[in-house]
Design a protein around this ligand. Sequence first.
Ligand SMILES: CC(C)(COP(=O)(O)OP(=O)(O)OC[C@H]1O[C@@H](n2cnc3c(N)ncnc32)[C@H](O)[C@@H]1OP(=O)(O)O)[C@@H](O)C(=O)NCCC(=O)NCCS
Length: 164
Amino acid sequence: MTGVVLRPMTGADLPAVHRLERLLFPEDAWSEEMLRGELADQPRTRHYVVAEGPGGEIVGYAGLAAAGGQADVQTIGVRADHRKNGIGAALLTELLDEAVRRGSEAVFLEVRADNDAARRLYERFGFARVGLRKRYYQPSNVDAIVMSRRFTPRPPMGFNRENT
Ligand SMILES: CC(C)(COP(=O)(O)OP(=O)(O)OC[C@H]1O[C@@H](n2cnc3c(N)ncnc32)[C@H](O)[C@@H]1OP(=O)(O)O)[C@@H](O)C(=O)NCCC(=O)NCCS
């Protein structure tokens, strides 16, 4: 992660993020308009961050949706030439921290069954498989695995009358 910093994603990042999106997800890349729509919901229900290299170039990004006690990892990706440096882990850590800050009880995500790198990353962060969507990704006909991670519930709040 040397020289790479995380910062909030802004509208000015969208052309670069979208270029990266098309490289990372050639089969089902979101359009720039879809990404703009996500940013329009910040900070209400969305939290998007970019990983910026030393020269200011965007080498990764990730986004969270959070509402009603539940959060979803919307997307996460790292440029191929910057992988295996902990950037993916840093981005996911930031999303999970934000989910906790927003009081989410659990985080969900979908991952392609053939995406070993991403599945390993999620398992390392305590995600477990909770469902399967058959042939979800088209045209490649690949299943989506639904994974989730629960957060430990906070201790109940209230007055401890014995100590008053
Ligand atoms: C999934 C993805 C985001 C992971 O990003 P990453 O930056 O490579 O993630 P990390 O570096 O944190 O961890 C990946 C691996 O690198 C290893 N690693 C981390 N830091 C390392 C270091 N300094 N030296 C060597 N290896 C390292 C980790 O142990 C991990 O190993 P594993 O694959 O055996 O679990 C990336 O592969 C990606 O963008 N894929 C394409 C898009 C995609 O599929 N996104 C997920 C959609 S659900």
